[in-house]
Design a binder for this molecule. Structure first.
Ligand code: ZN
Length: 363
């Protein structure tokens, strides 16, 4: 029977003549205090079942390494995720993030340093698959906050009318023109018919969605382009404008904020996202500048079903062996961001990032 198996020491293997944990660690060169660990082990009564013994060992490790040994207590939950400040990990003894990890401690000690997924290191591809599958079920959980974002709004025409910026006749004429053309937004039609200015439409949109009107001060497209895949700028009309005080990201939209994207971006970047409306006159040139900037390497992957989705994600993580990775859902797709190197500031370096956007084919 192996001395260390499944993270437990069997009671019969604690005999004084047998090799105990401090001796094993001495043999592999870990400078742990044998006396301290022994005192914890000895404080447990002889009839101690495995769980109490584990608890004694965990107390000793918590003192030595300043954290819990238990994978269940140490797994990357995604809370307080800060890519810029990776959780300090022991150089000598890693704890697998998979709560159901079956690896013995010796294997953990011997194995790899990467990859890390959602702040948690995994000892094997099997454990990484378990973590990826758990992240996938979390992202597809319909009770998640992202799935429950349902913004309420009042019609734009009504807001403009209430503010006294347009008259009933102007609104009626713009609605008729929009209906006759069968395209275009009401705001654009009001501007085209000179019933309202672009600034007034932006202010009305902000009132409609209860968000601010954002300006383009300090907009640096080259720094902002590393915050999200180019695809989201193109397809979702999101415009990262600036990061204030190293912790607030202002995210601009032309028509309406996208709370699902803002929530995903918050979870990936660790920044608080403040969404707002940018007037059409400012939005279009800023978007063109942003689309021309250099983005992190990215790929679009279509998976046939849930199982192959998990396999694709696992393969990407195992191949890139990132310093960290994060998986979030953005509407109908999943965004996997891989940090090839730890991030040093509030915005990542484009060449230190890889983005993969996954979509599910079929129903
Ligand atoms: Zn493991």
């Amino acid at each position: 029977m192996p001395l260390l198996s499944r993270g437990r020491i069997h009671p019969e293997e604690r005999r004084p003549e047998g090799r105990n944990l401090p001796q094993i660690l001495d043999a592999v060169g870990a400078p742990i205090s044998g006396a301290r660990l022994d005192s914890d082990l000895n404080s447990a009564p002889d009839s101690t079942p495995g769980s109490e013994l584990d608890a004694a060992i965990e107390r000793s490790f918590a003192r030595r390494f300043g954290r819990n040994l238990s994978p269940a207590l140490n797994r990357g939950s995604g809370q307080g995720f800060e890519p810029g400040r990776p959780a300090p990990r022991s150089r000598l003894f890693e704890t697998c993030a998979n709560p159901r990890c079956g690896s013995g401690w010796l294997k953990l000690w011997r194995s790899r340093r990467a990859p890390v997924f959602e702040g948690g290191w995994c000892c094997s591809p099997e454990c990484m698959r378990a973590q990826v599958e758990s992240a996938l079920s979390r992202e597809f959980d319909t009770r998640s906050p992202a799935a429950q974002v349902r913004p309420h709004r009042i019609p734009l025409g009504l807001v403009l009318l209430e503010q006294g910026w347009i008259t009933r006749d102007q609104l009626r004429a713009a609605l008729e023109a929009q209906k006759a053309a069968g395209e275009g937004r009401l705001g654009a039609w009001l501007v085209r018919r000179q019933a309202a200015s672009e600034e007034q439409v932006a202010r009305a949109l902000a009132l409609q969605w209860s968000c601010p009107v954002l300006g383009l001060e300090f907009h640096r497209p080259e720094a902002m382009a590393a915050l999200l895949p180019r695809l989201f700028v193109e397809a979702l009309g999101a415009l990262p404008l600036r990061v204030a005080a190293g912790r607030i990201l202002y995210l601009g939209f032309e028509d309406r904020p996208d709370p699902a994207l803002a929530f995903a971006l918050e979870r990936v970047t660790g920044l608080r996202v403040e969404s707002g409306v940018v007037s059409a006159a400012h939005f279009r040139p800023a978007r063109a500048r942003l689309l021309a900037a250099r983005y992190p390497r990215s790929g679009l992957v279509e998976a046939a079903n849930g199982a192959s989705l998990a396999t694709c994600i696992l393969k990407a993580v195992e191949q890139a062996r990132p310093a960290d990775a994060r998986l979030v859902r953005v509407h109908g797709c999943l965004w996997l961001r891989l940090w090839l190197r730890p991030q040093l500031g509030p915005t990542p370096q484009p060449d230190a990032i890889e983005d993969l956007v996954f979509s599910l084919a079929g129903p």
